[in-house]
Ligand binder design. Structure first.
Ligand code: NDP
Ligand SMILES: O=C1O[C@H](COP(=O)(O)O)[C@@H](O)[C@H](O)[C@H]1O
Length: 490
């Protein structure tokens, strides 16, 4: 992705310098070429270009050092691509003249090369464009034309469809790039509250003694969307909700919740711990899986009429180690449900020798809401204020919107692209981690692909199949009834 020298340290105001040094990332200096493959596609439109623009606006990409090359099959000119991007970046916003000027300057950094993904011709053209730019820049600066520098490749999912195809893909990429050059992106690792998990768990005395099988009854990691596959049916049907969300995004969150403390913040030490916990996951039992497909999913013309693809799944993972033996980790994801949210819900065991009848109120829960409206709250039993000695469930509440007013939380892609430029692989998936993740899910996925496991139909806008709540209950989760949250007024 880059070449020559690139200075990031001098403007690393997004991140504490001492942490960056600690985790082993190397400051880079010089000019940077960013190649966006699939530049005319959905991801580039929704995520990549907006992230690059935000980095540019914050001074992390400098006009005199950066060039962005879009590459895709569609035959369009530089200006056509720029116009498309302009339309997305200013959509619905009443932009000021200053912002429009900033945007125009950013767009001038973008060039477009049209070519296919499977022939050398297009890539030779791309190479020529990049070299011309980098050579001319070096020549202007009067330095040697020896390009040197580094190349990093960001790879988006799907990383295969099962263990074998993923390993094959890893081998093919491995023939071209070394592992330190490969950034397998999982955008959940760029979310604010996912990045906070390490800090929460290992920088707070509160949690350390409680975070184990002695105190925690069950953990839920939940992803819900209130819309269906909308226009992506063709892609989705090949993959399904387990490959789309659970095997990657939720499993990454699972690792950060369940892994042991790394010996340091160095990316490799963190990733070592993630691999260890993944390798301790027991084979998934069919009776601890519920699959669903929403009614209407097959109406999409790109979805086969007899599709067996789940759009909803609840899967219980069990870890065979000293900390977690016996604690179910319930991973749940679904499309076309009744709400949109992603959260981690840690439910504690009942209080032993309970003299207050706390069980009537519900158990202690620690909830980390990843989205929307980032928050973390602890549900706890307190005395009902007043003359009587009665108890009620309340919460210690850290809502980001209230606590950090006026702060804009960066988009996941923004952070992860910046990490790539900085050479920090902490929030990217290592090859052995990916392999361990596929080892967990491949038998289940093959069972679904072969039609041995079938999804139950559920109504769009519902909670998903009832069997999922029954599985939750069987796993030990106790739903709180009657808890009322009164949102604070700002
Ligand atoms: N800072 C903040 O923003 C705070 C917000 N709150 C809000 O207060 C409200 C109550 O809090 P909370 O306890 O977190 O959320 P809920 O009362 O919505 O309950 C959440 C839990 O109950 C499960 N559940 C809901 N319905 C059923 C059902 N029919 N069968 C089985 N399980 C079910 C949910 O599962 P599933 O995940 O599948 O829906 C989830 O695990 C929420 O709206 C919450 O956002 C509370 C404190 C702080
Ligand atoms: O990777 C994916 O993620 C999105 C959800 O991302 P979020 O950041 O909005 O939670 C999901 O809609 C999509 O199906 C999946 O491929």
């Amino acid at each position: 992705m880059g070449s020559g020298c690139w200075t990031i340290e001098k403007r690393s105001n997004l991140r504490n310098d001492s942490l960056s040094r600690e985790n082993g990332s190397v400051p880079e200096t010089g000019c940077l070429s960013v190649v966006v493959l699939g530049a005319s596609g959905d991801l580039a439109k929704k995520k990549t270009f907006p992230a690059l623009f935000n980095l540019y606006r914050q001074g992390f990409l400098l006009s005199n050092e950066v060039h962005i090359f879009g590459y895709a099959r569609t035959k369009i000119s530089d200006d056509e691509l720029r116009n498309r991007i302009r339309g997305i970046l200013i959509q619905g916003k009443g932009a000021s003249d200053e912002q429009l000027e900033e945007l125009s300057k950013f767009l001038q950094l973008i060039k477009y090369v049209s070519g296919s993904y499977d022939s050398a011709e297009g890539f030779q053209l791309l190479d020529k464009e990049i070299s011309e730019h980098e050579v001319s820049k070096k020549t202007i600066e009067g330095s040697s034309p020896d390009l040197g520098g580094w190349t990093r490749i960001v790879v988006e999912k799907p990383f295969g469809k099962d263990l074998d195809s993923s390993e094959k893909l890893s081998e093919q990429i491995g023939e071209l790039f070394e592992e330190p050059q490969i950034y397998r992106i999982d955008h959940y690792l760029g979310k604010e509250l996912v990045q906070n998990l390490l800090v929460l768990r290992f920088a707070n005395r509160f949690f350390m003694p409680l975070w184990n099988r002695d105190n925690i009854d069950n953990v839920q990691i939940v992803f819900r969307e209130d819309f269906g596959t909308e226009g992506r049916g063709g892609y989705f049907d090949e993959y399904g909700i387990i490959r789309d969300i659970i095997q990657n995004h939720l499993l990454q969150v699972f690792c950060l919740v369940a892994m042991e403390k790394p010996s340091s913040l160095k990316p490799e030490r963190i990733r070592d711990e993630k691999v260890k916990v993944l390798q301790s996951v027991l084979p998934i039992k069919d009776e601890e899986v519920v699959l669903g497909q929403y009614d209407g999913y097959r109406d999409d013309p790109t979805v086969p009429d007899n599709s067996n693809t789940p759009t909803f799944a609840t899967v219980v993972l069990r870890i065979h180690n000293e900390r977690w033996e016996g604690v179910p980790f319930i991973l749940k994801a679904g499309k076309a449900l009744n709400s949109r949210k992603a959260e981690i819900r840690v439910q504690f065991k009942d209080v032993p020798g309970d003299i207050f009848k706390c069980q009537k109120q519900g158990r202690n829960e620690f909830v980390i809401r990843l989205q929307p409206k980032e928050a973390m709250y602890m549900k706890l039993t307190v005395k009902q204020p007043g003359l009587e000695m009665s108890t009620v469930q309340s919460e210690l509440d850290l809502s980001y919107g209230q606590r950090y007013q006026g702060l804009t939380i960066p988009e996941a892609y923004e952070r992860l692209i910046l990490d790539t430029i900085r050479g920090d692989q902490q929030h990217f998936v290592r090859r052995d981690e990916l392999k361990a993740a596929w080892e967990i899910f491949t038998p289940l996925l093959h069972g679904i692909d072969n039609g041995e496991l079938k999804p139950t139909l559920y109504q769009p806008g519902s909670r998903g199949p009832e069997e999922a709540d029954q599985l939750l209950e069987r796993s030990g989760y106790v739903q709180t009834h009657g808890y009322i949250w009164i949102p604070p007024t700002l």
